[in-house]
Design a binder for this molecule. Structure first.
Ligand code: PRP
Ligand code: URA
Length: 210
């Protein structure tokens, strides 16, 4: 597993505002989107491309185009939906599939409650979007789901991770072609499975409590 933690003052600045409990949902949503666009630059570093010819007003040139099959972006509902626009802004010709997952707040076990993905992911590059990597259970279930369907290359983009969850994902995915791109690696998980200092419940902060 390759891990990249953003080391950029603009990312840390935006994350700091996101962490602030006084930041209201509309600002939170805008910042989450901006942060993903910044992280997407690193996350797409190995996106598959092929050479193409273009004619500039001056001469013939060889450039690059994103190859087929197009990358698949998979936001994990609910909170990952807040990251989708920021990602597809940078990579508008990607396809989008959805996985709905919820963590049981007592057992901390994830459950998949919705799925809308291509049946066959053979040879696909997939980008999972989920703001919080806490115990790692949800991300791990999503990663396994995509690899089981034939994905060959998975990149997860998370705003904040706990070291415990990152380690759990790493240990369970040995030998997989997996990259994790993070805005920040926080201090720890608390006794109820929240990231410390974190930002609280990302889904609630994006959309309000349901
Ligand atoms: C949050 C978050 C992750 C998960 C992380 O989702 O968006 O999916 O928890 O926790 P884990 O690493 O311990 O599995 P939640 O289950 O709260 O659902 P929501 O997005 O609908 O709010
Ligand atoms: N899910 C969240 O939204 N926040 C956490 O800190 C942990 C799991």
């Amino acid at each position: 597993m390759r891990v990249h933690v953003a080391d950029h003052p603009l990312v840390t600045h935006k994350l700091t505002v996101l962490r602030d409990k006084r930041t209201p949902s509309p600002t939170f949503r805008a910042l989450a989107e901006e942060l993903v666009t910044l992280l997407a630059y690193e996350a797409t570093r190995s996106v598959r491309v092929e050479p193409i010819e273009v004619e500039t007003p001056v001469a013939q040139a060889t450039g690059l185009a994103i190859s087929d099959p197009k990358p698949l972006v998979v936001p994990i509902l609910r909170a990952g939906l807040g990251m989708l626009e920021g990602m597809v802004k940078l990579m508008p010709n990607a396809e989008v599939g959805f996985l709905g997952m919820v963590r049981n707040e007592e057992t901390l076990q994830p459950a998949i409650y919705a799925e809308r993905l291509p049946e066959d992911l053979s040879n696909r590059q997939c980008f999972i979007l989920d703001p919080m990597l806490a115990t790692g259970g949800s991300l791990l279930a999503a990663i396994e789901y995509l690899f089981d369907r034939g994905a060959v290359d998975v990149t997860a983009v998370c705003l904040i991770a706990a070291p415990e969850g990152l380690k759990a994902v790493e240990e369970a995915t040995q030998g997989r072609n997996l990259t994790v791109v993070l805005g920040a690696l926080d201090e720890k998980l608390n006794e109820v499975g929240y990231i410390v200092p974190g930002l609280g419940d990302a889904g609630d902060r994006l959309y309000g409590t349901v």
